[in-house]
Design a protein around this ligand. Structure first.
Ligand SMILES: NC(=O)c1ccc[n+]([C@@H]2O[C@H](COP(=O)([O-])OP(=O)(O)OC[C@H]3O[C@@H](n4cnc5c(N)ncnc54)[C@H](O)[C@@H]3O)[C@@H](O)[C@H]2O)c1
Length: 273
């Protein structure tokens, strides 16, 4: 038996999710709670964290909300002390907050401002590091734990936009491997998920159309797709997996466009079936 079952498999575990008031973090918080974990929903938008925590509790789960900026040392201390005070420690950490609100200004490298570069790195990479630095000793004190960092497929391939975001997400993959290497013998596993496009409030219709045309899986990605991958990597079912990046992108980065996009490929023509 593994602890990744659909219900009750995470009973007794304590999880912290940063950016838990948002789409992907919220879905992870909900899924981990549905499987029995006690969850700390952390977000600098306290109202959104409270809304998610209340929904989890209303569904019969256990959750508390905490506000705080992951790029602020004191706030990070507060996020994790909430977990130890409310639930006695931390077993699972979904390191998920990022400066997605800066993406619109994160344009061509020669035009990029210091503010956008620094702000993106400050939240997406330094903030992620501050959280790991704080949670690692707490996990060691519990005999181990699992960290899942939210990177992105932007960390793996180039794009015509978001160079700062992509660099922060690539740095997060490197941090993932360092933590896995340095703390594996103390029972800590550290992996990353690399989501493809998961449409949300910021997604422009033409962006979604461009992605869907090239994405082999013929539907939009959903926050729950990422939550399932995070829950798997955080579970004992993934006990032999560490230092890895799991791409969850509907196959977008698994192919080249040389002979056409998936929907226009010769294999899709009626004669080829
Ligand atoms: N949605 C996608 O297509 C996609 C793709 C790849 C990676 N990601 C990554 O997934 C993660 C979640 O993104 P999302 O799509 O759910 O966006 P979202 O905006 O719905 O959620 C992000 C949450 O993080 C919070 N946040 C931002 N900065 C913070 C800070 N400094 N401290 C604390 N909380 C902070 C926001 O308030 C928000 O609730 C991010 O790391 C993002 O880079 C998203």
């Amino acid at each position: 038996m593994t602890d990744n079952g659909p219900a009750g498999g995470m009973i007794g575990k304590v999880a912290v999710v940063t950016g838990g008031g948002g789409a992907l973090g919220g879905a992870t918080a909900t899924l981990l709670a549905a499987r029995g974990a006690s969850v700390v929903v952390a977000d600098w938008n306290l109202e959104s964290a409270e809304t998610r925590a209340k929904a989890i509790v209303a569904a019969g789960g256990t959750a508390v909300a905490v506000g705080g900026d992951v790029a602020d040392d004191d706030a990070v201390e507060r996020i994790f002390s909430t977990a130890t005070e409310a639930f006695g420690g931390v077993d699972i950490f979904h390191n998920n907050a990022a400066a997605v609100h800066l993406a619109r200004s994160d344009g061509p490298v020669a035009d990029l401002t210091d503010e956008v570069w620094d702000g993106t790195m400050d939240i997406g990479l330094r903030g992620a590091f501050l959280c790991c630095r704080t949670v690692i000793p707490l996990m060691i004190a519990r005999g181990g734990g699992a960290i899942v960092n939210t990177s992105s497929i932007q960390a793996l391939i180039g794009d015509t936009w978001v160079p700062a975001y992509s660099a922060a997400k690539a740095g997060l993959l490197s941090l993932t491997r360092s933590i896995a290497t340095q703390y594996g013998r103390q029972g800590i596993r550290c992996n990353a998920v690399c989501p493809g496009l998961i449409p949300g409030v910021r997604t422009e219709p033409d962006m979604l159309e461009r992605i869907l045309r090239r994405q082999p899986v013929g539907r939009s990605g959903r926050p729950e797709d990422i939550a399932e991958a995070v829950a798997f990597l955080a579970s004992d079912a993934a006990g032999f997996i560490t230092g890895q990046a799991l791409v969850v992108d509907g196959g977008l980065t698994g192919h080249m466009p040389t002979y056409g996009d998936p929907v226009t490929s010769p294999l899709d023509a009626p004669a080829a079936r």
